[in-house]
Design a protein around this ligand. Structure first.
Ligand code: SIN
Ligand code: FE
Length: 314
């Protein structure tokens, strides 16, 4: 396997690192794997022009809607690997659910199998989060402001706090003809602090009184009290970015086209990203704990704790 980062160095912006599989005779090793993990953690995009994950043609046909017309195949669907469960379908779509669930399970397992060999420092240490099927054309897809994916943002899940773990996502474009098009801008290291300051919440986490109140709220299991300060800040940054029309317009951007049958992976909590167009993608999310990172001291958690002057995890 070989990895190349061909662009000139542009500090603060995400770069594309193209990985050809299999590479020349050399075997993949720990040093190369650490290099890729470092690139990911600091905000680069790792692209496999030919996906390392095999999707059988019959499964592809089903996902592309060639063999059926059920609405089950026409909306975004989440798959929870730990429960072997799909969300996003209603009762009338249960007939399709079993097949869709099996296809997403296979994609999830194949992604885990590949990344266990490729991202050696993380293997077995991550928490497997949801996988998803994204059959809806992204261009012009209606959504509430905070749910819009065509606006630059760092990912943060409102209902699934990571408590400092990194969000690593592995995408595959299964569209046979159409690229999936993204924009990216500066990384979290470059302008996360600016948005974190804008939230006005950094000081509050240092206050012994407010920390005490949070502990009481958690003991009483009050709604929202389980969310670590880290996730609260990240989510506020996510919203602040989407609300800031001037930032969306003026920030420097790079445009990326992910071709049919390519896969790419990104730490979406530090790569400011937006999807402009594309239809039919599969995705698996991994939560990588601080203890497995190769650049922990430059992670969003470390950056925010530095700014806040206190611990932000529970
Ligand atoms: C996102 O995470 O914002 C969406 C990315 C995609 O679906 O391509
Ligand atoms: Fe996102």
């Amino acid at each position: 396997m070989t990895a190349v980062a061909p662009q000139p160095d542009q500090p603060g912006l995400s770069h594309l690192v193209v990985v050809q599989l299999p590479g020349p005779s050399s075997a993949w090793n720990d040093t190369l794997a650490r290099e890729v993990c470092s690139q990911l953690e600091l905000g680069d995009i790792i692209l496999f022009p030919t996906s390392p994950v095999d999707i059988p043609p019959a499964d592809r046909d089903l996902l592309l809607g060639r063999k059926q017309t059920s609405s089950a195949y026409h909306k975004n669907i989440a798959y929870r690997p730990s429960e072997y469960r799909l969300t996003g379908l209603d009762a009338s779509e249960q007939a399709e659910a079993a097949e869709l669930r099996r296809i997403l399970r296979d994609y999830s397992q194949a992604s885990v199998e590949f990344l266990s060999r490729f991202l050696l420092p993380y293997a077995g240490k991550w928490k497997l989060d949801y996988a998803s099927f994204r059959p809806v054309e992204e261009q012009g897809r209606p959504a509430r402001l905070h749910a819009r994916n065509d606006l630059l943002h760092f990912d943060s899940f409102p209902t699934r706090p990571t408590n400092g773990a990194r969000i690593l996502r592995f995408f595959t474009n299964i569209n046979p003809a159409q690229n999936r098009v993204w924009l990216t801008s500066q990384t979290f290291e470059s302008f996360g602090p600016q948005f974190a300051r804008k939230t006005g919440r950094l000081d509050s986490f240092r206050s012994p009184f407010l920390r005490g109140l949070s502990t009481v709220a958690r003991t009483l299991r009050l709604p929202g009290s389980h969310r670590p300060p880290y996730d609260e800040l990240m989510h506020r940054c996510h919203n602040a970015m989407k609300e800031d029309a001037a930032f969306q317009q003026t920030t420097p951007k790079s445009r990326w086209e992910f071709p049919p049958n390519s896969s790419w992976m990104v730490c979406t909590d530090c790569v400011s990203h937006a999807v402009l167009s594309g239809q039919y993608a599969l995705e698996q999310t991994f939560l990588v704990p601080q203890s497995a990172l190769v650049e922990a001291q430059r992670s969003p958690l470390a950056i925010l704790e530095n700014l806040a002057g206190t611990r932000l995890t529970l």
